[in-house]
Design a protein around this ligand. Structure first.
Ligand code: NAP
Length: 302
């Protein structure tokens, strides 16, 4: 029996672990991938209060170490099933079966795919979802970024400093990203903006050779690029929890700002829950709130 189980070692999950440990609980964090979540892909964070600039990787590593130093345990096991037996929640992974009375779901989001032919086949061969991970392979080459949010614009800036040229392809003629990001990308001389267009074809057998984009009038243009970085948003992967929490139509966990779901003993934190602002600060805040709610819930059982 564990005091508290947290699913996900991103910013929300690790923040919850810090608050749980400081409340005298022993938190077990289960992570199916690597620690840090999405923020590890961000080259430079400049909107976390109190820290002017830090790389996503350094931020995540600091948070991870802080949780471990406080005594939290992190196990790299993907959660396959949760069974709500009332006061006891059973959490199953491929290797183990854990029991707890307080479960925090902090599973974050995964990158959305375009969903066109060759996308999976060429992933790692010119198709990438992480500019900071793969950008250096395309130094001095011509590349493209797809998307119009913060991630796409940050990726395009990062790549513009490495690559000969970057096409930034967006389905509308206005970016969703914050003004500061828009201003910076507009200053890059080697970025060509391809507005009102979507990526409709990926050409190449072993490696990506070129892409085709189609604009709103149906005109097709071929772009000869060595890589396409896809940054068209993120989606939740909460299917595995749908038996123990309520999901909205888009698959986000229905939970309030304190992390309470309408299932006693199960809490949600971070990007995986229904909310309007998905940022590093709100993920950290969610983790703190969910752990505190879980702590009070455990006290109420005594
Ligand atoms: P996002 O803000 O949801 O933007 C996704 C972009 O992709 C939008 O421009 C959208 O177009 C486009 N798009 C969506 N589906 C598409 C499709 N099927 N085909 C073509 N284009 C499509 O996602 P994000 O940039 O990944 O950012 C995710 C969240 O993380 C945001 O809330 C962002 O603010 C946050 N973030 C925070 C930080 C930080 O705290 N430091 C850093 C980076 C990101 P439309 O605009 O037309 O809808």
């Amino acid at each position: 029996m564990k005091d508290m189980i947290i699913v996900g070692a991103g910013t929300a999950g690790l923040s919850a672990a810090i608050y749980a440990q400081r409340a005298g609980l022993n938190a077990l964090v289960l992570e199916g991938n690597t620690y840090g979540g999405q923020i590890v892909n961000t080259p430079d964070i400049e909107n976390y209060p109190g820290i002017a600039h830090i790389s996503g990787f350094d931020f995540a590593t600091g948070l991870y170490q802080q949780a471990l130093d406080l005594g939290a345990k992190v196990q790299y096991e993907k959660v396959l099933e949760v069974i709500d037996e009332g006061e006891i929640k059973v959490v199953k992974t491929a290797k183990n079966e854990y029991k707890t009375k307080a479960l925090i779901l902090a599973t974050g989001l995964v990158r959305r795919h375009i969903g066109i032919k060759n996308e999976d086949k060429l992933t790692g061969k010119g198709i990438s979802y992480c500019a900071t991970c793969d950008g250096a392979f395309f130094r001095n080459k011509v590349v493209a970024v797809n998307g119009g949010g913060n991630v796409a614009l940050e990726d395009a800036q990062y790549l513009a400093d490495l690559c000969e040229k970057v096409y930034l392809i967006h389905r509308r003629n206005e970016f969703r990203a914050e003004q500061a990001e828009i201003k910076r990308i507009m200053e890059k001389k080697n970025v060509e903006f391809v507005y009102n267009s979507t990526v409709t074809k990926l050409n190449g057998e072993d490696y990506l050779q070129s892409i085709e984009v189609t604009d709103k009038e149906g005109h097709i243009r071929q772009l000869d690029v060595s890589a396409l970085f896809i940054a068209i948003g993120q989606i939740p992967l909460n299917e595995v929890f749908k038996n123990v929490v309520d999901l909205d139509a888009a698959g986000y966990i229905q939970a309030d700002e304190f992390g309470n779901t309408n299932h006693a003993g199960i809490f949600a934190a971070g990007d995986c829950r229904v909310k309007s602002l998905r940022q590093l600060t709100t993920a950290a805040s969610d983790g703190a709130n969910a752990a505190t709610s879980a702590y009070h819930y455990l006290l109420s059982l005594k």
